[in-house]
Write a protein that binds this ligand. Structure first.
Ligand SMILES: [Zn+2]
Length: 266
């Protein structure tokens, strides 16, 4: 594995011919490996853990579509695949966002349990990720709390950024500290993704009015016109590339499939 080198904006004193060669090499690099957009060469992904179909879209749909539009590999990990009608809707929504859907088909809607097998399954997905998003641990829905606990354990040995997103049932412990500004194209993509959840069309929190109010309020808090709120659980600060820890490499190389899961298609 080749280490990621800093992307110099100036020559920094290096001979100009070396800088030209470096620039040529750099232009051939995958933009996702650039330190100022991705931080690591091992294929940093953005992973959203979604206890139910529609949670990731509600809490982070605009941000996920923004990452996908910028060329990042985006994965939505659906924890409760027991309801197959909703998995179909989740697959359609993921496709709209430009994300890949991964499903734990053993996860029971309403009775999601924190198990070591589930943690290992998610470890195999978040290993090497750049950013992991999940519902906040303080949530009135038991499945959301379980998803947060599984995520905490799954990232414990990985140098990944972890942020909680807001759900309609987030508790008072959720504190918006990080924001994702929403562009019109991101808002449109999220609206189309939310519309894919046909069985949830009567949910008041999925209406355009509710989402617009949420966007505007968190935009106000963050100095933007519209924004999605997050709480940083772990934010790695580094002047250069983030380190890739040994466990991440091990996990990325391990074939972790302790339970049925579907990649891409459902
Ligand atoms: Zn949910």
């Amino acid at each position: 594995m080749r280490p990621v080198r800093p992307r110099w904006r100036e020559t920094g004193g290096r001979p100009l011919e070396k800088q030209a060669k470096y620039n040529q090499e750099e232009s051939q690099m995958d933009p996702r490996t650039m330190p100022d957009t991705a931080s690591r060469q091992s294929g940093g992904t953005v992973v959203a853990v979604s206890p139910h179909a529609d949670d990731a879209e509600y809490g982070a749909g605009a941000l996920l579509s923004g990452y996908a539009q910028a060329g990042w590999p985006v994965v939505i990990a659906l924890m409760t695949g027991s309801s197959h009608g909703r998995v179909r809707e989740a697959a359609d929504a993921a496709q709209v966002l430009g994300a890949r859907l991964v499903v734990d088909e053993s996860g029971q809607d309403g009775a999601l349990e924190v198990t070591s097998a589930r943690v290992r399954w998610l470890e195999g997905i978040v290993g090497g990720a750049h950013l992991v998003l999940a519902p906040h641990p303080d949530d009135t829905h038991q499945d959301h709390r379980a998803a947060a606990a599984i995520t905490w354990s799954a990232v414990r040995r990985s140098a990944v950024n972890l942020a909680w997103y807001r759900t309609p049932s987030s508790g008072p412990g959720f504190t918006a500290t990080v924001f994702g500004p929403i562009t019109p194209s991101q808002a449109q993509a999220r609206a189309r993704a939310v519309a894919m959840h046909r069985s949830q069309s009567d949910r008041p929190y999925l209406t355009a009015e509710h989402l617009a109010a949420k966007d505007a309020w968190h935009g106000w808090l963050s100095g933007c016109e519209a924004a999605e709120p997050f709480e940083a659980a772990r934010h790695l600060l580094a002047p250069g590339p983030l380190p890739v820890s040994a466990p991440i490499v091990e996990m990325a190389q391990r074939d972790v499939t302790p339970m049925p899961m579907t990649l891409g298609k459902v």
